[in-house]
Write a protein that binds this ligand. Structure first.
Ligand code: F6R
Length: 669
């Protein structure tokens, strides 16, 4: 497949009518990154052929990492030279030492500059060590250096959830230049995980201004992931406003947004394409998922139950075509209502003696007899994702006597507060002294306590402290799984190697991660698997964990292993997002007492209780509160659509290759 062919869907002028600047949506982040890298490479070569320098504006953050990796590959394998390249980075925290783990100088060296043949004298990044009184002069000199280099030929941009480009937070004027700014609260929370806690994130940064960025001759903004979808829509489809700096790009003559489907999901062309014209003209069809999406959208927009939607409702809200294709509101409503009703089951693993629950069909006699009890593996990326995201279903599966295994994919050892670890080592030393178990525990405690005392903000933990934190989470996970009804011998700790860096930044997925996953699956030979399918996890750990499973399953298919043939893989969402009713293929209702049991299972994760080290962006609620709110909201939505009213619902989607491929699950942890 060529990169051009991988754009989704074909963007006719009618389809992009609401977009105020050029947008390209690619099949997945890796294809999009390769496309951008190729464009940069072409520009560098074109300029080199004319004996000119190529001036690139560069960004940091998680988004451009794939572009840089591809540029490195082009350098190594296709001889792309960077000798004629001059670079200017958008920004740097202030204050910040260049060698510091979180510095953008270090980021650029590690992710690009050390791996290519660029002349270090051609690299420019604002200097985070500049004394406060010299910052203004430093910023002016930065602007002059850009001008002296002939201006920026191509500027790469990411977008923050505040809509910032560079660090131009809401309120940044369109003519602003390079300067010192105060970071927005949302931005600091987004960066919290890189700094091992929000309190370590610098309050200020130096950034090129919106005006500086707009002076570049060509602009490419990249956005990946569903957490960017809302702000991308505002920047693309709403009028220019200072409160979304990226919207100012609409004024630029040569700008493009490059997205993956998740980041483009809120654009009208993806969310409600029927509002733009006949969907068949866009290469789309009124297939069952599209029909369900449209009907649920209509019911939600009008705040009406599905069965009360009228012909007029459809006609007046851009769904005339759907109506005429399906013969009227009455039939259409009943069809979609029944489809959604069939997703509800109190027997997620199947009922003894009944036919199998099949995604999209529910339970029907055509499905054939079901196995009972089933062997089920619940994969949990971090030690608490299982109970947070599907605790009610986990408890039900155990209560209903299936053989339930839980596999904790990573140790989660970076997400524990130091004082929590110190308290446990203190406990160990008290136990050792109470039972005269020797003085080693005491010495150990002192060593750990003094490491923690001398640790600098943002400094990674020692291997010993990491182990303690990992073990702490391991015992919490074991307690929660046992409380949910999982047998001790069915609790597996995988400690996948990709995670064990001691830093927020993880390694790419490796052969060992996949091998360990396949070995576990071969041992259990499951009928069903549950895995985290949310792709918004700020650190990317969920994505890598899903990829390990998908690659292991690919391998099992290649080997035609018997258990693989009839296997269902159910995806739950992590702590950040939820499936919407039109997507849910299995809805497991929870009674009030099951909600309470689930809460108590989550409480076993004491190190994450009251306040978590990595709470995710801008959400003050504890994990159990988020889980309860989100399960209650799903139940309320079902109720509003006219379906039965439950206390709470956990939703699942059945994995199919078109949904998330092993490749698009990405590996940019
Ligand atoms: C980075 C920068 C920022 C990021 C933005 C998105 O140099 O200027 O604007 O591009 O915060 O960050 P990620 O890619 O980490 O989501």
């Amino acid at each position: 497949m060529t990169t051009a062919m991988a754009k989704l869907p074909h963007a006719s002028p009618e389809l992009t009518a609401r977009e105020r600047l050029a947008v390209e949506v690619f099949a997945d982040a890796s294809v999009a990154s390769a496309y951008v890298a190729r464009e940069i490479a072409e520009l560098i070569r074109e300029k080199a052929a004319k004996g000119e320098t190529c001036v690139l504006g560069l960004a940091t953050g998680s988004t451009p990492v794939g572009v840089y990796a591809e540029l490195i590959r082009l350098h190594r394998e296709e001889g792309l030279s960077f000798q004629n390249v001059v670079t200017f980075n958008l920004d740097e925290y202030h204050p910040m030492e260049p060698g510091h783990l979180q510095s953008y100088h270090r980021f650029m060296k590690e992710n690009l500059f050390d791996e290519i043949n660029i002349d270090p004298a051609n690299v420019h990044i604002p200097d985070g060590t500049t004394a406060p009184e010299d910052v203004a002069a430093h910023c002016e000199a930065y602007e002059r250096a850009i001008a002296d280099a002939g201006g920026i030929d191509l500027q790469l941009l990411g977008i923050g959830r505040t809509g910032h480009i560079g660090f131009n937070e809401p309120g940044s004027p369109r003519d602003s230049r390079t300067r010192l700014i105060t970071l927005d609260k949302v931005t600091r929370m987004d960066a919290a995980s890189d700094f091992f806690g929000e309190w370590n994130v610098p309050r200020r940064a130096m950034t090129m201004g919106v005006g500086t960025i707009l002076n570049a001759r060509r602009l490419i903004l990249i956005a990946f992931g569903e957490h960017k979808a809302g702000i991308v829509r505002r920047a693309v489809e709403e009028p220019i406003t200072n409160s979304v700096a990226a919207s100012s790009l609409q004024d630029h003559p040569d700008v493009r947004f490059v997205l993956d489907p998740a980041a483009g999901a809120e654009l009208t062309r993806c969310k409600t394409p029927w509002l733009l014209g006949q969907i068949e003209r866009f290469g789309l069809a009124w297939d069952p998922p599209m029909v369900r999406k449209a009907v649920v959208w209509l019911a939600r927009s009008l705040d009406k139950p599905i069965l009360k939607l009228t012909d007029e409702d459809y006609n007046e809200h851009g769904l005339q075509d759907l109506l005429s294709a399906t013969g009227g509101a009455y039939e259409l409503n009943i069809r979609v209502f029944k489809e959604i009703s069939r997703t509800i089951t109190g027997w997620p693993g199947g009922k003894p003696g009944r036919p199998r629950f099949v995604p999209g069909k529910g339970v029907s006699d055509d499905n054939g007899a079901d196995a009972f009890p089933k062997r089920i593996v619940v994969f949990s990326p971090h030690p608490d994702d299982d109970v947070i995201s599907m605790g009610g279903t986990l408890i039900r599966l155990c209560d209903q006597r299936h053989e339930v295994h839980v596999a904790y994919q990573t140790s989660g050892n970076i997400a524990v507060f130091d004082d929590e670890a110190v308290r446990h080592v203190d406990f160990l030393s008290e136990v050792a002294s109470a039972f005269s178990l020797g003085e080693q525990a005491d010495r150990f405690e002192q060593r750990i306590a003094s490491f923690v005392r001398d640790k600098k903000p943002g400094e990674p933990d020692s291997a010993e402290l990491r182990t303690i934190k990992g073990l702490l989470r391991r015992t919490e996970a074991r307690a929660a799984a046992k409380y949910s009804g999982v047998a001790e011998e069915h609790i597996h700790f995988q400690d996948l190697p990709f995670y064990e860096t001691g830093e927020v930044k993880k390694r790419s997925i490796g052969a060992d991660d996949v091998r360990l996953t396949l070995e576990l699956l071969e041992r259990v030979q499951p009928h069903e698997i549950y895995a985290a399918g949310d792709l918004s996890d700020p650190h990317g750990t969920h994505r890598v964990c899903l990829r390990a499973i998908l690659l292991a399953l690919e391998e099992a298919s290649k080997r035609d292993l018997a258990w693989r043939r009839d296997l269902h893989l159910w995806l739950y969402r992590g702590a950040w997002q939820e499936w919407s009713p039109e997507e849910i293929e299995m809805a497991v209702p929870l009674s009030p007492s099951e909600v309470e049991r689930k809460r108590l299972a989550i409480f076993k994760h004491q190190s994450q209780k009251d306040r978590a080290l990595f709470p995710g962006p801008n959400d003050p609620r504890e994990f159990w509160q988020r889980a309860e709110d989100r399960n209650r909201q799903t139940a309320e939505l079902y109720d509003k659509l006219g379906l039965p009213e439950y206390q709470a619902i956990e939703g699942f989607v059945c994995w199919r290759p078109r949904l998330i491929s092993a490749r698009s699950a990405g590996d940019d942890a």
